[in-house]
Write a protein that binds this ligand. Sequence first.
Ligand code: GTP
Ligand code: MG
Length: 328
Amino acid sequence: MNSPRMTPLPDDLAAAVLAGDRTALARAITLVESRCDRDIAAAEALLQTLLPHTGKALRIGITGAPGVGKSTLIEALGLRLCARGHRVAVLAVDPSSSRSGGSILGDKTRMAELAREPNAFIRPSPGGDTLGGVAARTREALLVCEAAGFDVVAVETIGTGQSEVAVHGMVDFFLLLLSPAAGDELQGIKRGVMELCDGVLVHKADGDLAAAADRAAQQCLLALRVLHAGDAHKPPVVVGSSLTGRGLDELWQQIEGSLARARSEGRLAERRRQQVFAWLDEVVRDRLLHDFLADPGVGAAMAQARDDVAAGTRLPSAVARALIARRR
Ligand SMILES: Nc1nc2c(ncn2[C@@H]2O[C@H](COP(=O)(O)OP(=O)(O)OP(=O)(O)O)[C@@H](O)[C@H]2O)c(=O)[nH]1
Ligand SMILES: [Mg+2]
């Protein structure tokens, strides 16, 4: 595996990705996820070559409390979309994987049927260090999937505020899943995620839970009406089940319809523009911080600075200014 001939140059790898070679796709994502110094330049060259071939997919983010059925929905919807000729890639932002040392292996097994589908590609989440880093790699993985011809990319988030904001910052449509007990749940759901979402699916609307799901959807509609009072675009609320398939066609119609309107009104292009601006800002901040902390002189000065602020003798803002100034 490690022989030079087995590691294609970025140009060869890019050509193989563009030709739809799945092994190349997996390798390309591994390369862009790598934080190994010698890989960074190669990853950048690869992405640069792929960039003109990106941007054509519908980018969908899926969030919701643990166990609400995000992975099951992605599989059910993904299978339907593949049956209609779409090519679906699935990524996940999962900062907890750095702690467990694991991945979304659990999700991968739960999406076993979709994983066997030739027109689908499921990527376990990177075992990352910081959420910022993981999110950056997910953005890059998303671009590689687009270059490989996937026209729908689904990104599953874990239900923490941070990962929700990160995924919202890379998708065209951000879907919130609620459980049928959402009446109670709505109280606990952070106002922030309700504001961020472009649509809601009240999930698991099957069996005994069907009636509760309809009630929850009504409550959710009311809540969204208040939150989006005066907005021209109110997020749609759909009731559905990944087990029975109820509502899944309607959900997809709502997503497609909403994206088509956003595209024709120029809102989609503007959203993506703002997203790349935010991405640029994030990379600039990360690089500056990385270089700063990597400076050998900074370590000792930082230890002293910590002591000073802990002792309450100096202000953090003044200490920070002095730390930064000494490098110039
Ligand atoms: N009744 C019912 N159960 C469902 C439905 N969708 C998923 N489930 C069940 O809910 C449980 C959790 O599903 P997952 O898809 O793993 O949920 P998740 O949101 O991806 O979970 P995490 O990734 O761990 O946050 C599983 O036992 C599923 O079988 C549904 O539509 N109806
Ligand atoms: Mg899941």
